[in-house]
Design a protein around this ligand. Structure first.
Ligand SMILES: [Zn+2]
Length: 522
């Protein structure tokens, strides 16, 4: 029987985006379920981009209690098995309570902790990111939470003009929900001009109607500046996805950039990352300065009590520019990779391989990897080796087996750029290895490590493997996947239909077929 899940987050833009890891985790934990997302009308478009969302229901900006009651009655016909309230306000309580599902989860807002940060400047020893609070709600029921960074589905990167052409675009988003949170607009302009002079960047100025027309970038040559005023979110997302980086305030657009895989520099003034709303992409940066009065409110609404907004005015153009230059000069999103599973994909599947002599290449695998490398792909082997946590063998055995595989591949003229493995398992028996780590597939830790070391663009990369966890890792990292029928592949194929499917998912007979398919597409 199909399980029905309702997730409630009514707004705002940034908060809806921050629910995406929890939504994806819920859907991964309940394959075949139907997930409905309830939000306000103007966030419907962004909710539709969250992987795992099957249907979006919206409520108008202003809704009377009669209409709200009518909506709940309508929702109630679905008989939701699980209701997850990630909003925790009166209206979400109203919906949740009337629906009376068997399993109801409410996001704990940690009001006291946040109050202490704002009013007493008492910072907790460890930052509690809102994403982790959302996820804690899900793991409380014993479910794994491999997704920990916001993710929105963008169209095929090969179809996105900006991503395909690798144009040098910088998105500037100078708006914010509250006036207090806005870094002076002239400084955004100065940074834009400096990036244009230094790197020849084109500037995409993304603004709401209220912020429009107050910039001064007339000095940029024709064709190097575009202004998007009140553009639909999916359009802004496409432009952002193709940009080198974005520069924004602590705002929903900062999270949008992060969630489509483009690093963002987010300027924080009256708010503070310790409150749990900082962008969390792999390469995201917060630009801020120390000022005793920070943070002065949770969301930046409280008017400044000092003679000047020092938290903003003391953050110079150069402070932000330096961070942008550093991002420009480091390898971010430049390479494409194949993340290839080891056992059952490159090497013949055997139960817990620990003896190097047991490694045997699947026919055609080495040649396929060579073709992919020659076409410009980085080759990264990613392997779950929970045998270590379970006490079947030690790290040294994994290292020896990997070394053997590397030498077999080298003899065939191809060597992986990286060989990574996860020795952990949440229910292992060996201490030090038995916990819910961030690198066991489907968690994307190994792919992220490779992205940092090799400058890999995860959105334009593929995971190839024989297990559901390989396919799911592609969803969590925002890339594509090919399932191979070798190893456990045939069993996995039968379970594909209930999954959150990553972009461009295909099933091929083996690694050679998978590489052919990928090369055909690119
Ligand atoms: Zn691990």
């Amino acid at each position: 029987m199909t399980r029905h899940i309702l997730v409630i987050r009514l707004g705002s833009l940034g908060d809806v985006i921050l629910t995406s890891p929890a939504v994806l985790n819920l859907k991964i934990a309940h394959p075949g379920s139907k997930l409905v997302f309830l939000t306000k009308e103007r966030f419907g478009e962004v909710a539709r981009m969250i992987p795992g969302v099957d249907e979006v229901r919206t409520i108008p900006e202003r809704i009377g209690s009669t209409d709200l009651y009518r909506l709940v009655l309508d929702l109630d016909r679905t008989n939701f098995d699980i209701v997850v309230d990630l909003h925790g306000n009166f209206r979400s309580w109203f919906v949740r309570t009337l629906l009376g599902s068997s399993q109801s989860n409410v996001y704990p807002k940690r009001r006291l902790e946040r109050w202490l940060i704002v009013h007493r400047k008492q910072f907790p020893r460890e930052d509690q990111h809102t994403i982790d609070l959302y996820n804690a709600l899900i793991s409380r029921n014993g479910l794994p939470t491999p997704s920990r960074r916001p993710i929105l589905m963008i169209a095929d990167p090969n179809q996105n003009h900006f991503m395909r052409s690798r144009e040098n675009v910088v998105v500037i988003a100078p708006g914010a929900a509250h006036e207090n949170k806005k870094w002076p607009i002239e400084r955004f302009s100065e940074v834009a001009r400096a990036l244009h002079r230094r790197f020849g960047s084109k500037i995409a100025w993304v603004v709401t109607r209220d912020d429009a027309g107050i910039h001064n970038l007339d000095s940029l040559p024709e064709g190097s500046f575009v202004e998007l005023v009140d553009a639909p979110i999916p359009t802004v997302a496409e432009v952002m996805a193709g940009a080198r980086l974005s520069i924004a305030n602590d705002s929903g657009l900062a999270h949008l950039s992060s969630a489509v895989g483009t690093p963002v520099i987010a300027v924080f003034g009256p708010t503070h990352p310790a409150l749990g709303f900082a962008p969390r992409g792999l390469f995201d940066v917060v630009a801020e300065i120390d000022e005793y009065c920070r943070p002065c409110s949770l969301h930046g609404k409280t008017p400044c009590f000092r003679t000047e907004r020092f938290c903003m005015t003391r953050l110079s153009t150069n402070d932000v520019l330096e961070r942008a230059v550093r991002l420009f000069e480091s390898p971010v999103n430049v390479e494409r990779a194949l993340f290839v599973d080891r056992d059952g994909t490159i090497a013949v599947e055997r139960h817990y391989v620990s003896n190097p002599d047991e490694i045997e290449l699947i026919p055609g695998a080495a040649q396929a990897l060579r073709r992919a490398r020659d076409a410009g792909f980085k080759i990264v082997v990613v392997s779950n080796q929970s045998g270590v946590a379970r006490g079947h063998f030690g790290i040294d055995a994994v290292e020896r087996t990997n070394a053997r595989l590397r030498s077999l591949l080298r003899n065939e003229g191809v060597e992986p750029d990286l060989m990574l493995y996860c020795p952990h398992h949440p229910h292992g028996s060996i201490s030090g290895y038995s916990f819910a780590c961030a690198c066991r597939k489907p968690a994307p830790g190994m792919a992220e490590q490779a992205a940092i070391e090799l400058g890999i663009d995860l959105r334009r990369s593929y995971v190839i493997g024989d297990k559901i966890d390989d396919v799911t890792m592609a969803s969590v990292m925002g890339g594509s996947a090919i399932l191979v029928r070798t190893g456990y592949g045939s069993d996995s194929e039968a379970r594909l239909s209930g999954l959150v499917q990553p972009r461009g998912l295909a099933v091929c007979d083996n690694l050679a077929g998978a590489v052919d398919e990928i090369l055909k597409r690119s």
